[in-house]
Design a protein around this ligand. Structure first.
Ligand SMILES: Nc1ccc2ncsc2c1
Length: 247
């Protein structure tokens, strides 16, 4: 998979060169290219924004630099068409399902914005010939789309074949498709067996896989009903027992 990111803060994307994504890139599983939007400005101040038509607070990112930047990125592989992911608080929710969908695409181009956003005509222009997705990672105020790009790239990259050491690692994730898809992960424990006077739930020491699976399911249900009752509404309780039987 090729991933391009166009941004006015290239250094913000430095974390993509380390850890899981960095290692995947070093192993050739990912081709990550970060581009400075200001490379496609031509004035002395490298201007990328201007005041909004119709008035109002803040500034809007000008269409020209984005147009030149995206044309340049697209021209680097004219035979292929990427999915363009526009991080925006007014986009569709970023979900595990969307991460799975995007992980199957050969080329993603992310366009994180600052200020009040990008001139609408950019999405209109590229939306006529490419698959453009406006995506939000949640309902809170951020200064821009760079942090959301880090979130989305990690969620997508970890699903690529060979990126995670143990293939099973993401099958049991919270939100991963499957029998426990609608539940949050329950509590986890490791050595030492006692820490500051706190032990381990006996069932986890029992060696009885069926009981352990049922305990984990019950704990996941408890945590989900406490923290995310909305997920319980969509859950399929019958599927939990099927998972137990698989153990
Ligand atoms: N403020 C905010 C919140 C969510 C989000 N997702 C992508 S860009 C963005 C910006």
């Amino acid at each position: 998979m090729r991933i391009d990111v166009v941004t006015i803060f290239p250094e913000y994307l430095a974390p993509l060169n380390v850890s899981l994504v960095g290692k995947a890139a070093a192993r050739g599983l990912l081709d990550v290219r970060i581009h400075d939007l200001r490379s496609w400005t031509h004035d002395r101040h490298n201007t990328v924004d201007d005041t909004p038509y119709g008035g109002g607070p803040g500034m809007v990112m000008k269409p020209e630099p984005w147009g030149e930047a995206l044309d340049s990125v697209l021209a680097s592989d004219p035979g292929r068409r990427p999915v363009v992911v526009v991080p925006t608080p007014s986009g569709k929710p970023f979900t595990q399902e969307l991460a799975v969908e995007l992980s199957a695409k050969p080329w993603l181009v992310f366009t994180p914005a600052r200020y009040e956003g990008i001139d609408r005509r950019v999405v209109e222009e590229y939306g006529e010939r490419l698959d453009v997705r406006e995506v939000s990672i949640g309902d809170y105020v951020l200064a821009g789309g760079e942090a959301p790009v880090l979130v989305m790239v990690e969620a997508v990259a970890r699903l690529l074949p060979g990126v995670l050491g143990n293939a099973a690692s993401h099958q049991d994730d919270s939100f991963a498709p499957g029998p426990m898809a609608a539940l949050l992960e329950g509590p986890v424990y490791t050595k030492p067996p006692e820490w500051r006077g706190r032990g381990i739930p006996e069932v986890l020491l029992s060696g009885h896989h069926g009981k352990v699976a049922r305990w984990r399911r019950d704990e996941a249900l408890r945590r989900t009903s406490l923290n995310r009752p909305d997920l319980i509404a969509g859950a399929d309780p019958a599927s939990y027992d099927r998972k137990d039987r698989e153990m």
